[in-house]
Design a protein around this ligand. Structure first.
Ligand code: SAM
Length: 299
């Protein structure tokens, strides 16, 4: 009997030791640590999942509603599921890449939606079917990518002087499965010249540009790309009258004529304009001048 009791005691020894240590020692701390850790993890998981789901649902809804309400006429109408998803993916890629390179100062969802997406889409109803368009100084893809999403029939060329931005745009084009988009790295002055390769001079129905330069400089970048009869559409904010007056000489020299200024307000109250400049005659061979000259010495 004594032997059996001794055996049981031996067997229980390690257990009592552990129990003793745990209970007598830092029981509370261990429990708190483990409990807290597990709880935090569970919370994080739940929150992450909920957040992503909510974001996705809200995003698509707001986007479809916002865009269809704001866009002029019913050229784009309500966004299809595919288009809403493309905007969603674009937002994700933009915010993600913005962590490692400078693409945009705006990252809050609502702001991106209004100030980048909606603003960019304003020219969509103005473009004729199956048109060709070049976005000069597209940066992170504005207005070119949103225009392509809502007007998939339009062939788009995205041009920018910064290689990293063009690399990002190639990723976007692939991730969004956009067809008929060229991403070109280089300066407008080099691609719009007479000897340029590829031959892009006077080959587009439209040139668009946003937040790149003042109108007189922009006209020298953009008008050489446009076919006679086509349009250069400048996205502008601020005092447009002054800019128009300052660009009168440049437009005359380059073969452009202001046909209309479309003013609009974004849902947050920001005032914007689209300046529609028609190409009425060929741009003289001397323009654009060599890279850097249009900004240093505007026409
Ligand atoms: N359009 C975009 C937007 O609205 O967010 C980007 C605007 S960002 C302020 C100006 C962009 O124009 C930059 O990405 C810059 O590299 C590009 N850029 C400036 N001058 C250029 C030129 N001569 N040719 C091509 N790209 C140019």
């Amino acid at each position: 009997m004594k032997e059996r009791l001794l055996k049981i005691k031996d067997a229980l020894n390690p257990v009592t030791e552990v129990l003793g240590k745990t209970l007598g020692g830092n029981y509370r701390d261990t429990l708190r640590g483990d409990f807290g850790g597990a709880l935090r993890e569970a919370f994080a998981e739940t929150l992450r999942e909920d957040f992503t789901e909510t974001l996705r649902e809200d995003f698509s809804e707001t986007l479809s509603e916002g865009l269809s309400e704001t866009l002029i006429g019913d050229v784009c109408g309500t966004l299809s599921e595919t288009q809403a998803r493309q905007f969603e993916k674009y937002y994700e890629l933009l915010v993600q890449k913005n962590e490692v390179m400078n693409l945009t100062a705006i990252t809050e969802f609502d702001e991106v939606l209004i100030k980048h997406f909606l603003d960019s889409c304003e020219a969509a109803p103005l473009l004729h079917e199956n048109a060709s368009l070049i976005d000069v100084g597209t940066g992170a893809g504005f207005p070119g990518i949103p225009l392509k999403i809502v007007r998939p029939d339009v062939k788009v060329c995205l041009l920018d002087a910064l290689a990293k931005r063009i690399d990002f745009l190639k990723e976007v084009v692939e991730a969004l499965s956009l067809e008929g988009v060229d991403c070109l790295h280089g300066r407008a002055e080099d691609f719009a010249g007479n000897g340029s390769s590829p031959k892009l001079r006077e080959s587009f129905d439209y040139a668009v540009s946003r937040a790149v330069a003042q109108l007189s400089v922009l006209a020298e970048y953009c008008l050489p790309f446009v076919k006679v009869g086509g349009f250069f559409i400048a996205y502008k904010s601020g005092d447009i009258e002054e800019e128009l007056a300052g660009a009168a000489h440049a437009l005359e020299v380059l073969g452009g004529k202001v046909s209309e200024v479309k003013r609009f307000s974004l849902p947050n109250g920001d005032e914007r304009s689209l300046v529609l400049i028609q190409k009425i005659s060929e741009t003289p061979a001397a323009y654009p001048r060599r890279a850097g000259k249009p900004t240093k010495k505007p026409l």
